[in-house]
Design a protein around this ligand. Structure first.
Ligand code: AMP
Length: 661
């Protein structure tokens, strides 16, 4: 492939593929219109979807910041994602393509087959007494049945809460206690890199730990291993469908603001936040994003490599592609198992046209010889979108060269439900600046502001905020906690109603945004959001630990990794055994994604004279950066403690021995 200058590169790729980028000036015009006339803009976007009852107002902003979209309208996400296609021209076309290198299996469900499966399970749910507004927790690996379960819930107005199947007993129990589901839908096991994960065992433990009593559990038996059945509570999936399934279950016309799901994410405190999504606004935003951002239309095959446990999975494995009526690939596996060529064989096999992944995955693949990619025919692939963490320029450049396709960085969050900053090739592909997720997506009035909430000059670092109203699809509130919603997202600037993303950013002179990382105590490991407090709470529950701090430091592969510094209680000995116990504790209580890369023992932590732990200083020392102003520190020796611990760790890595504590 020919090398070209950064700015013209993607155009060449596009033109080589016979796709012209859309008309110049479109982005500016359409974005401006979406901000100046949001009601007109979103009314138009709602037109190609089915409403059982037309909405009376596009936007109700009478109770800010609780904005409601398509007020008075009644619709159904499942009807729009499944029935509309299954009962029309797309009946025999692929809807879900399941590909599982973990089990060596694959399967395709057409829109009509998906419709049949969803109806049958919806019948089971109804017969079990699940009603509009009841919660159902889904704890499943990447299998087609997980999508069936989500869609069956939204069909009858039950609120699903998918919990990532890599989360541990305690994380699941915590979510059960918060969401109070009547029913759990699970699989007996998952597989990761060939190893069987006993999900049923985790669920049984979580149900005995949780305070809330769940009535029923539907268990999909994949034949991956033995599991025990609690006759009074558990129902096998196949048997349930046979005995309680129905051929047709009426999709319930739901208020546009009816919660479709709760999805938990990390915040700055230990307790996860239950992001609540509506029905109508989310549906319209996703449908429009498929066209305007992802440039998806007839003939496209969409693949998001994420997991249904994350927001990307909800929006772009399940609802987005199905609302648009294109096939979605459901992949059970990792980028390098059984070998690093697996993704590209899938692209070739199904002719994937638009792909969505995270930078970490590319950084993993980059370590391997290029022929894993160059041996495959990837000519179908028009775009690879990336999100979840910053996309560094070397990775962007490598991916652009290696894949010969257009690599688009875009930025969003669990709360937004769909992209906030992105290049939008569906309306106009703007020149790419590697490292920048480009400009605000239509509907978002984003700004970079100072501590007073005032917009700052281009080139200056500040807080990334959104002026109200948040466009459709964004969170309604936090489950059962309106106050926390107000405080977490709308309370940063006195006298100014601005939505806080929690990120620092810079806007440059050409209106491109550069996201600089979190402004709060949230970190991002391999695209997964974690609160440092969550990790600290677990570490400090160890009987030997007196005090602990966990910070996110730069990591070559994962973007960031967790490094913890612990002060042990009087009389407790620092040892490799304690270190190991601490790592295992986090794995058990939260999950492997949160396991610290390093645990160091120190005698004291750097604190201000008012007793606040100086995370900024600890992070700077851990990353070998300038520690800046430490005039408020209580005891300067604490910084040396941190530095010493890190030096001894490095010495150990390079062959020396480590000094413990
Ligand atoms: P999550 O809610 O888990 O998807 O995490 C959202 C957070 O990930 C954002 O607030 C950012 O800190 C980070 N993030 C997501 N996409 C990007 C991106 N393209 N560039 C930089 N940071 C990103």
């Amino acid at each position: 492939m020919q090398k070209a200058s950064r700015h013209s590169y993607h155009r060449e790729v596009m033109e080589a593929m016979g796709r012209k980028s859309k008309k110049a000036g479109n982005y500016k015009r359409i974005h401006r219109m979406s901000i100046e006339h949001p009601e007109q803009f979103w009314r138009r976007a709602s037109e190609n979807l089915h409403w059982f009852k037309e909405f009376e107002r596009v936007l109700d902003d009478s109770n800010p910041p609780f904005y409601r979209w398509f007020v008075g309208g009644k619709t159904n996400l499942c009807y729009n994602a499944v029935d509309r296609h299954a009962l029309g021209a797309k009946r025999g076309q692929a809807a879900v393509i399941w590909e599982s290198p973990e089990t060596g299996q694959s399967k395709i469900l057409t829109y009509f087959q998906l419709y049949r499966e969803v109806n049958r399970l919806a019948g089971v749910l109804k017969n079990l007494g699940i009603e509009v507004g009841d919660r159902v927790i889904i704890y499943m690996p990447m299998v087609a049945e997980a999508l069936v379960a989500m869609l069956a819930c939204t069909r009858i107005g039950a609120i699903h809460s998918v919990v990532f199947a890599g989360f541990s007993v305690d994380s699941l129990a915590e979510r059960i206690d918060d969401a109070k589901p009547k029913l759990l839908i699970i699989a007996e096991a998952g597989k990761r890199k060939g190893r069987v994960v006993d999900l049923k065992g985790i669920v049984d433990k979580a149900l005995s730990t949780a305070r809330f009593a769940v009535e029923r559990v539907i268990v999909l038996n994949r034949g991956l291993g033995e599991f025990s059945i609690n006759e009074d509570r558990d129902l096998l999936w196949d048997k349930a469908l046979e005995e309680l399934g129905q051929d047709y279950v009426e999709p319930v016309p739901l208020d546009s603001a009816h919660p479709s799901y709760i999805l938990y994410t990390s915040g700055t405190t230990g307790k996860p936040k239950g992001v609540v999504r509506d029905t109508g606004g989310y549906m319209v935003a996703l449908h429009s994003s498929m066209e305007q951002i992802y440039d998806v239309g007839e003939g496209d095959v969409y693949w998001s490599t994420s997991d249904i446990g994350w927001v990307v999975g909800h929006s772009y494995i399940v609802y987005g592609p199905l609302l648009k009526g294109v096939p979605t690939i459901v992949f059970e596996g990792t980028p390098d198992y059984p070998d690093p060529g697996i993704w590209w064989r899938v692209v070739e096999k199904y002719g994937v046209t638009v792909m969505f992944s995270a930078p970490t995955a590319l950084r993993i693949l980059r370590k391997y010889p290029p022929d894993w990619i160059s041996n495959r025919d990837l000519s179908s692939l028009r775009y690879l979108f990336l999100a979840g963490e910053p996309l560094d320029e070397p990775t962007w450049k490598w991916a652009t060269d290696a894949l010969g396709t257009c690599i688009i960085d875009h930025y969003w969050q669990t709360e937004s439900g769909w992209p906030m900053l992105s290049n939008m090739p569906g309306i106009e592909l703007l020149p790419i600046k590697p490292g920048s997720p480009t400009k605000p997506v239509v509907g978002y009035h984003l700004e970079v502001v100072n501590d007073d909430g005032k917009r700052i000059d281009p080139g200056q670092k500040g807080y990334l905020v959104c002026r109200p109203p948040l466009p459709p699809g964004n969170l309604l509130t936090l489950w059962g906690d309106d106050q926390r919603y107000l405080e977490s997202y709308w309370g940063q600037f006195p006298d100014k109603l601005l939505y806080t993303t929690g990120d620092f950013a810079i806007e440059d002179r050409e209106g491109y945004f550069w996201v600089l990382g979190r402004a709060d105590e949230v970190i991002n490991v391999a695209g997964h959001r974690l609160g440092t407090r969550e990790v600290e709470e677990v570490l400090s529950s160890h009987q030997a630990v007196a005090e602990v701090v966990a910070v996110g430091v730069k990591d070559e592969l994962k973007g960031q990794a967790i490094v913890a510094f612990a002060v042990l209680k009087e009389g407790k000995e620092a040892s490799e055994a304690v270190r190991g116990e601490l790592v295992i504790l986090v794995r058990d209580k939260i999950g492997a994604v949160a396991a610290p890369r390093e645990v160091h023992f120190v005698r004291m932590l750097p604190k201000t004279r008012s007793g606040k732990v100086m995370r900024r200083v600890i992070k700077a020392v851990a990353e070998g950066m300038d520690i800046g102003d430490i005039s408020t520190i209580e005891d300067g020796a604490s910084v040396e403690e941190i530095a010493k611990a890190i030096e001894s760790f490095k010495a150990e890595l390079s062959g020396g021995t480590r000094e413990i504590g």
